[in-house]
Design a protein around this ligand. Structure first.
Ligand code: MOS
Length: 715
C-alpha cells in the first residue's frame, strides 16, 4: 500500500495546529533568560527595572519560583529521571552550563517580555569550567550508573581472546571523532501550559511522547496522572530532541502556576542549542584485524562520550561492534566525560550512527589495506547468527540489501584504487557502509471504533514527529478491515488516548502498528459475530454499517494490547541495511559533492511505501549533514556555542542532496510481531556518514576520521 499522507493537506494549508498555535483568552508570553557563564553561581539578581515594564506580570527565578514539589524529595540526579531530567529549573543559584535557564519574564505580549528580559541584571561568581572535550579526555570514566548495574550493556565486554589482534595479518588502529551535533527540526520547541485550579494541568507541548511527558509531569508536580493532559498532535520534526521533558517545559508550567494564566514559551533557534540535548561529542578508538583473506580475527572498540556535570547520558556507541560481523574476538569499553555543558540526548540513530561511523570506517580501512573490495570484505564477515547473544536472527535480509544495492548502484563499475576515477576534472569516489539498529516493541494499546456510518476511528496515544504515523496506521487498519482508507481516521498525540510508547527508537510501527492491527482484527471478529446473528444473511458481505443498524448500535469498539512475545528471548531482532554513495571531490578546493546514493534496508514488511521512502531519504539527508557539514562549535573561553543559528550551523539544503534511490527487501519478519514489520527511522541514518567518508577516501586517498569532512581537511 502507498497512501498519501492523511494529514498532508492540513499541514501544507497551514491549518494543522502546532504547539505554539493554540489560542487562549488570557494567554501570556514567556521569555527565558539564560546564564552567560558555564560554571559558578548567581550572586545577585535584580529584576526591578524589568518588572516596571508595562505589561510585565512576573520575573520568575530561583528567588520566587512556586517550586516543583518532586524536586525536593529526589535528592540524587538519577532519582529525578522520572521527572524528565536531572536538572532542576529555578531550584537554586547554581550554574551548570552556559545557556542554563536562570529566570523567565512573563508579560502580556512577547515583545514586552523580551524587552524586559534585557533589563534583568544578574551577577555571577564564576568558577573555572571544563567544556573542551579533547583537552579533558583524561577525566573520562565508566559511568556511575554502569558501575552500579552489573547487567548494563555498557559494562566492559570481552568475547573470545582480544589479544588475537596481535597475530592478525593486517590490522588497523585508528581514532574516530564526531563533534557535538544538534537536532535541527524546522519547528523549534514550544509549549503552552494551562492550569485549571491548583491540581489540573494541560500542556500543548512539542515532544515525542505524550504519555511519558504526562507521567514525568505528574511525578514532578505530584499530581494524579489523569490530572495531567499532554497534547502534541502535530510536530515539525524532532529527531530525538523531544524524547524528554526538558527544563523549559517545567519553567513554563511553573510560570502558568504562579500567574494562573495560560503561558506560552517558544524557544528561539539559539536556545535550541542549550535546551533540548544534542548528539554528544564522541571519540572512539577502533583496533580491527583480519587474516589475508579478509576474515576478521579481532575487534576492539572503545568509546568516550560527552555528558553533563549533573547527569549521565549513555548511548549505544560501541554496541554495534559486538553484533554486526562474525568475529570471534571482540572487546568493547565505554566511558563518559563529564563537562560543564547541558546533558546530551538521543539524536537520530543514537549511538549506532556514532559507533558505526567508526566501525564501518575502520573496516573500510582494513579492506583497502588488504586491497580487497570493501563490499566483499563485508560479505566475507557476514554474521549468519548473532555473534553477541549466540542466537539466530529473527530475520536478516542484509545480503539481499548488499546485492540489490550494488546492482542498482553499479558498484562493480568502479576501480578499487583510490584516486583512480575522475570525471569532469573531479575525483570520483564510491563508498559503502552497513547499517543496523535494534528492534524495539513496547507495550501499546489501540482502540478501534466502528461508527454507525461505517466510518472507523482508531486511537492510540502514539506520536507523529514527521514520518507519517497516522498514514501508516490508516494503511494497517484499511488492510485488516478491507475498507477504504478514506473511511478511517487515526487519532494520536493526546495523552488521554490508549497507552502507547513515545515515538523513539524506531519503535512506533513495530509496537503501535501491531496494536492497531490487533484492534482491527478484533473489531472485524466482533462485527462478524454480530453479522452471524443477522437472520437469513449469514456472515458474508454485509456492509459493516448494516450490521450496526440491524443491532441498533451507535458504535462497536474494541481495545487491544500488544507486547513482545517469548520470541524476543529466542531470537535476535534487528533492522539491517546498507548505503552506497558516490562523491565527487574538487581536487583544488576540496569541496565534496554527494552525487548519488542508493540506500537499502531490510526492515521486514513495508507498511506504507511512500512515507517509508520519505523516511529513508530523510535519514540519508541527515547522514550527509553529519558527514559533511554539521558541528556545533564552542568557544571554550566561555563554554558557549558560537554557531548557534541556521546561518552558521550548516545542514544540507536541496542543492546538497542528489538522487537518492531507496530499496527495501520488503519481506515480513514473522517472528517480531503480527505485522512482520521492524523499525526504519534510525537505520536510515546509521552508516551514512561512514559511506560518505569511505567514498571520500576512494576519491582522494585521504582518510578523514574526524567529522565533518570539511574542505580544510582535504586540501
Ligand atoms: Mo529517535 S533519536 O529515538 O527520536
Amino acid at each position: 500500500m502507498s497512501l498519501d499522507r492523511v494529514d498532508g493537506w492540513v499541514k501544507v494549508k497551514g491549518t494543522a495546529p502546532y504547539s505554539a498555535e493554540y489560542a487562549f483568552e488570557n494567554l501570556v508570553h514567556a521569555v527565558l533568560i539564560t546564564s552567560t557563564i558555564a560554571k559558578g553561581f548567581i550572586s545577585n539578581m535584580n529584576s526591578k527595572d524589568a518588572e516596571a515594564v508595562p505589561g510585565v506580570l512576573a520575573v520568575i527565578s530561583h528567588l520566587n519560583s512556586p517550586g516543583v514539589p518532586g524536586y525536593g524529595e529526589a535528592k540524587q540526579p538519577a532519582e529525578r529521571a522520572n521527572m524528565g531530567t536531572a536538572f532542576r529549573v529555578f531550584f537554586d543559584n547554581l550554574i551548570y552550563f552556559n545557556g542554563q535557564p536562570v529566570a523567565m519574564v512573563v508579560a502580556e505580549s512577547w515583545e514586552q517580555a523580551n524587552y524586559a528580559a534585557s533589563l534583568v541584571k544578574i551577577e555571577y561568581e564564576i568558577e573555572k569550567h571544563r567544556t573542551d572535550f579533547e583537552a579533558n579526555m583524561q577525566h573520562a570514566a565508566i559511568a556511575q550508573g554502569v558501575l552500579k548495574n552489573k547487567n548494563s550493556p555498557f559494562q566492559d565486554y570481552v568475547r573470545g581472546n582480544p589479544a588475537a589482534i596481535h597475530d592478525a595479518k593486517v590490522k588497523i588502529e585508528a581514532t574516530y571523532t564526531i563533534p557535538t551535533q544538534h537536532h535541527q527540526p524546522m519547528e523549534p520547541h514550544a509549549i503552552i501550559a494551562v492550569w485549571e485550579g491548583a491540581d489540573k494541568l494541560t500542556i500543548y507541548d512539542k515532544n515525542q511522547g505524550v504519555k511519558s511527558a504526562q507521567g514525568n509531569l505528574a511525578q514532578a508536580f505530584k499530581l494524579p496522572r489523569e490530572n495531567v493532559k499532554v497534547n502534541a498532535q502535530f510536530i515539525g520534526g524532532a529527531f530525538g530532541s523531544g524524547i524528554r521533558v526538558w527544563p523549559h517545559t517545567v519553567a513554563a508550567v511553573l510560570a502558568a502556576k504562579k500567574l494562573n494564566r495560560p503561558v506560552k514559551l517558544v524557544l528561539g533557534r539559539e536556545l535550541m542549542f542549550t535546551s533540548v540535548g544534542y548528539r554528544p561529542y564522541t571519540v572512539q578508538k577502533v583496533a580491527i584485524g583480519a587474516d589475508e583473506n579478509g576474515v576478521l580475527s579481532a575487534i576492539a572498540h572503545e568509546g568516550i562520550g560527552q555528558t553533563s556535570a549533573y547527569e549521565e547520558h549513555l548511548e549505544r556507541t560501541i554496541l554495534a561492534s559486538r553484533a554486526m560481523y562474525a568475529c570471534p574476538n571482540v572487546s568493547t569499553k565505554y566511558k563518559l566525560l563529564s563537562l560543564d555543558v547541558n546533558t546530551p540526548t538521543w539524536m537520530r540513530g543514537p549511538g549506532d550512527a556514532t559507533g558505526m561511523f567508526a566501525l564501518e570506517s575502520a573496516l573500510d580501512e582494513l579492506a583497502y589495506a588488504l586491497e580487497m573490495d570493501p563490499l566483499d570484505m563485508r560479505l566475507r564477515n557476514y554474521a549468519e547468527s548473532d555473534p553477541e547473544r549466540n542466537l539466530p536472527w529473527s530475520a536478516k535480509g542484509l545480503r539481499e540489501c548488499y546485492e540489490l544495492g550494488a546492482e542498482k548502484f553499479g558498484w562493480k563499475n568502479h576501480t578499487l584504487e583510490p584516486r583512480s576515477m575522475q570525471k569532469d576534472g573531479m575525483f570520483v569516489g564510491y563508498g559503502v557502509a552497513s547499517s543496523l539498529y535494534g528492534f524495539h516493541r513496547h507495550l501499546s494499546k489501540a482502540k478501534a471504533i466502528m461508527l454507525a456510518s461505517g466510518s472507523v476511528v482508531v486511537q492510540s496515544a502514539t506520536m507523529d514527529i514527521g514520518p507519517g504515523t497516522g498514514t501508516a496506521m490508516t494503511s494497517i487498519a484499511a488492510k485488516v478491515l478491507g475498507i477504504s482508507p478514506k473511511k478511517i481516521r487515526f487519532d494520536l498525540g493526546d495523552s488521554s488516548l490508549p497507552d502507547a510508547p513515545g515515538q523513539n527508537g524506531s519503535s512506533t510501527i513495530p509496537s503501535v502498528g501491531s496494536a492497531v492491527h490487533m484492534a482491527c482484527e478484533a473489531l472485524k471478529k466482533k462485527l462478524a459475530e454480530l453479522a452471524a446473528a443477522v437472520p437469513g444473511l449469514g456472515s458474508k458481505d454485509i456492509p459493516y454499517q448494516d450490521i450496526l443498524k440491524y443491532h441498533n448500535l451507535p458504535q462497536v469498539e474494541v481495545t487491544e494490547e500488544s507486547k513482545s512475545g517469548p520470541e524476543r528471548d529466542q531470537y535476535s531482532m534487528y533492522s539491517f541495511g546498507c548505503h552506497f554513495v558516490e562523491v565527487h571531490v574538487n581536487p583544488v578546493t576540496g569541496e565534496v559533492r554527494v552525487k548519488r546514493v542508493v540506500t537499502c534496508a531490510d526492515v521486514g514488511k513495508i507498511i506504507n511505501y511512500k512515507t517509508a521512502r520519505s523516511q529513508s531519504i530523510g535519514g540519508v539527508v541527515g547522514g550527509i549533514g553529519m558527514a559533511l557539514m554539521e558541528a556545533s562549535v564552542m568557544d571554550h573561553r566561555y563554554g558557549r556555542y558560537i554557531n548557534n543559528d541556521f546561518a552558521n550551523y550548516h545542514i544540507p539544503v536541496h542543492t546538497d542532496i542528489p538522487q537518492i534511490d531507496v530499496i527495501y527487501v520488503d519481506k515480513p519478519d514473522t517472528l517480531v510481531n503480527p505485522i512482520g514489520s521492524k523499525g526504519l527511522g534510525e537505520i536510515a541514518i546509521v552508516g551514512v556518514a561512514a559511506a560518505v567518508a569511505n567514498a571520500v577516501f576512494h576519491a582522494t586517498g585521504k582518510r578523514i576520521r574526524e567529522l565533518p569532512i570539511t574542505v580544510e581537511k582535504l586540501v
